[in-house]
Design a protein around this ligand. Sequence first.
Ligand code: NAD
Length: 259
Amino acid sequence: MEKPAPIETVSEWIAQAQRIIVFTGAGVSTESGIPDFRSPGGLWDRYDPEEFYFQRFVSSEKSRKMYWKMHAELYGLLTSVKPNPAHKACVELDRFDRLECVITQNVDNLHQEAGLPAEKVIEIHGNALQVGCLECDARHTRAEIQGWLEAGEEVPLCRKCGGLLKPTTISFGQAMPVDKMQEAEGRMKRCDLFIVIGSSLVVHPAALMPAYAKASGARLVIVNLTETPYDDKADLVIYGKAGEVMAEVIQRAKQLIVT
Ligand code: NAD
């Protein structure tokens, strides 16, 4: 008997699933025009990653100036890009009433912009469009801060307490958000299908996620351009572009779920 094509198989598993978790990394957003930070021409080619350690940010005015200069550049990119079919596929899974949540390493807000409710997106590395005070936890939108930067402020300070402001993204050397990690782990215990999209699965804690999902008995699907260390443990691996693959998967799943 001929084996079903991988797209067909994932679509069937989606139709059979009740609680799907999608785990996304930088690769889900490259088709939107956000490059991997480490690729040639990316941000780390022009800025020294050493400058962006959390300890440097809190201890050095020079590092804070550099950090905000880089973030002003990133803001221009993040406010000009749009969600692609892979982000929209996650919204469709929610419409099928099968999405437990998306757990993302990305900080670009594109899952929410595609139409996923904020409570369905667990951002384990934070969000570059939200800014918090490191002292009093006051929150600001990134748009508000951009106005201050454009008015000439090099290092914006909290208007409430004078503390250091920083996007809610997790910098090198900064602790992971315990509440979000606990929520992600709790939800993974309940999922029956775990789909990784666009992550090399080498950065911690991403590297642990597929193991959690397998331990809870979920099927593991990986959609990525290149190999990952988990490929031989996955139930199915599709090497391809996230947007193209997921658009096909959703189109087929729609037929299975409607009929
Ligand atoms: P990574 O760079 O380690 O891996 C990205 C993976 O995506 C690679 O294996 C690559 O082959 C694959 N990929 C690239 N384009 C793809 C496509 N069109 N379709 C399918 N796969 C594709 O990224 P990571 O594992 O996500 O970790 C990097 C860290 O950098 C993350 O923690 C994230 O916080 C941060 N980051 C975020 C963004 C963003 O928010 N958009 C962008 C760059 C980096």
